[in-house]
Design a protein around this ligand. Structure first.
Ligand code: DGL
Length: 265
């Protein structure tokens, strides 16, 4: 199985891309709804629970791990790789960063994410390593997550807020914008309208799903070990109040959430 984890329901946008690029591969999902949001927590907290969740998914026979949560990807990816050596762990930054480099012509790049993701500098560090001449404009957009969860993915109010948050990035004439948070792809329509059609939007979930597909082609033995079928499992550490809405926006598949907090001590 492919193990996928997030702080809550937003990771379903990543599941959507996995289903698209790896149809038939069975997944096990864990959303830490008891402890969300991760986006405003400190690095140690995010590392601790990302570590526990990864261990839990591996115990449930996940053969590869996808860190769907962008904040966990920013704070905890290196930590997880050193803690679980030999496990293929895919984060939302490594492969998407390469797509940024391929797509930017004017070398001006915008990155939007949670306060934690932006504060970590994980994105700018990664991009600068790939191309030191890049100019990176980052912006935390903390109101986007609750807005999406309440179903505000289009309309006047949403557009006003998106315009406000993207003002500086737009003024700097970026030609690539990274949606570095699970919820932001659900705002893509409005973000495109605000940024204009010339700006390339990068959805890290899509870049990562493509990369996993490539990786499995190169590792057929591992690919064989991943179960086929529709018996996906969706675990949450607490009742997700917004599952229906996010599910409707993502893929309209029926999800039977299993509520279980393995870290409740
Ligand atoms: N899943 C988180 C992320 O992608 C957003 C929600 C949260 O803050 O927990 O960063």
């Amino acid at each position: 199985m492919i193990g996928i984890f997030d702080s809550g329901v937003g990771g379903l946008t990543v599941v959507k891309e996995i289903f698209k690029y790896l149809p038939g591969k069975q997944i096990i999902y864990f959303g830490d709804t008891a402890r969300l949001p991760y986006g405003t927590k400190g690095a140690d907290f995010v590392k601790k629970y990302s570590g526990k969740t990864t261990g839990w998914l591996l115990n449930k026979k996940a053969k590869i791990i996808v860190i769907a949560c962008n904040t966990s990807s920013a704070w905890a990816a290196d930590f997880l790789r050193s803690k679980y050596k030999g496990v293929p762990i895919f984060d939302m930054i490594s492969f998407a960063a390469k797509d940024v480099i391929i797509n930017t012509k004017n070398k001006k790049v915008g990155v939007i994410g949670t306060p934690g993701t932006i504060k970590s500098n994980a994105w700018s560090d990664r991009l600068k390593k790939l191309d030191p001449s890049l100019k990176i404009y980052s912006q935390a957009c903390p109101l986007f997550v609750p807005m999406v969860e309440m179903g505000f993915t289009k309309g006047a109010v949403t557009e006003k807020l998106v315009r406000e948050y993207l003002k500086k990035i737009k003024a700097n004439n970026v030609d690539v914008l990274v949606l570095a948070c699970t919820h932001y792809p659900l705002l893509e329509g409005v973000i495109k309208k605000v940024m204009g059609s010339k700006v390339k939007i990068i959805n890290p979930a899509e870049s990562t799903a493509k990369e996993i597909k490539k990786y499995l082609k190169e590792n057929p033995l591992l690919a064989k070990k991943l179960k086929q079928g529709s018996g996906h499992k969706f675990f949450f550490s607490d009742e997700p109040y917004d599952l229906k809405e996010i599910n409707r926006l993502c893929f309209k598949k029926k999800i039977n959430p299993i509520i279980n907090d393995p870290f409740d001590d």
